[in-house]
Design a protein around this ligand. Sequence first.
Ligand SMILES: NC(=O)c1ccc[n+]([C@@H]2O[C@H](COP(=O)([O-])OP(=O)(O)OC[C@H]3O[C@@H](n4cnc5c(N)ncnc54)[C@H](OP(=O)(O)O)[C@@H]3O)[C@@H](O)[C@H]2O)c1
Length: 328
Amino acid sequence: MAEKIRWGILGTGNIARQFARGLAVLPDAQLLAVGSRSQASADAFGDMFSVKRRYTSYEALANDPDIDAVYVGTPHVFHKENTLLCLRHGKAVLCEKPFAINANEAQEMIDFAREHKLFLMEAMWTRYMPIFVHLRELLAQRVIGDVRMIHSDFGFRARFNPEHRLFKPELGGGALLDVGIYPVSLASMVLGQPERIASLAHLGETGVDENTAMLLGYPDGALAVLSTAIRTSTPHVAILNGTEGRITIHSRWWVPSRMTVEIFGKEAREIEMPYTGNGYNYEADEVARCLRAGLLESDVMPLDETLAIMRTMDEIRAQWGLKYPVEQ
Ligand SMILES: NC(=O)c1ccc[n+]([C@@H]2O[C@H](COP(=O)([O-])OP(=O)(O)OC[C@H]3O[C@@H](n4cnc5c(N)ncnc54)[C@H](OP(=O)(O)O)[C@@H]3O)[C@@H](O)[C@H]2O)c1
């Protein structure tokens, strides 16, 4: 491996730009190349982030022998195809959330990576941030006892535009896969895999879920009460209620810098843990850590858990009967 992890970015949209900004603050990262479907976008992105190698196809990017890891930042429906393309060229891959459209696709990606002994990880960036590292320590120390109820939401108000990927069934639109995955992933991290799932959603005029409520039940009796939306804003808080106390991760909990730990009957304690960069640097750093250690997956976001999260979201969608055109 080179002195620095040499990155390629696949796609030049909103999140690809954020990821490039994240890479810029990492000492162990070099943004070597970008791949786009068009020269104009590749050049604009290249100019913005001083990227020398600008490819006008994803294939050409994947084919660059000097790239160690590719970040896939395309709309959900292309994650499988784009990830497999890079894996076939022997690259490590960090793939945006949702990892795929459904569990079948996720399984295919994971099987390929495992069979060919290649690194693969879901870009669930929140997990790698300092407060989340500390949160996992507090939970392991059972500071709030057994977690019995999680309340969490991620709803934001997007301008309605049937052509935007958020509202377009062909691009895997809807609240659940875009942002509902955050509370689902949080519940998975804390409580594991649910054994009971109940969900209601409102499918809007383009046929995708615009507001969604989910109830997840766990074998030990714990519950998660989760919600997500794309046409209204929700409080953006995550609350873990335990038998001995409560942890509140404050707004916006998925890009956190502050939480309150309250042991019942005692004074609450505020914990401030500011993040550096724009927060996307931590997931890239986790990839670097794993590659340097010769790991094929991260234990912070294991592939089996990524798959289980996709299965949970499949079941949630099945309850409201939403199938994407790509699944027909
Ligand atoms: N982690 C986070 O905080 C976060 C935030 C936002 C989004 N995301 C995830 O990142 C992914 C991309 O979201 P985004 O908001 O960045 O989307 P976006 O702004 O629309 O960008 C998507 C990019 O994908 C490429 N692309 C390939 N085929 C496309 C097609 N048929 N239609 C549109 N674009 C296509 C395009 O790049 P080229 O034209 O250069 O090929 C485009 O710029 C989604 O899966 C989303 O869930 C994550």
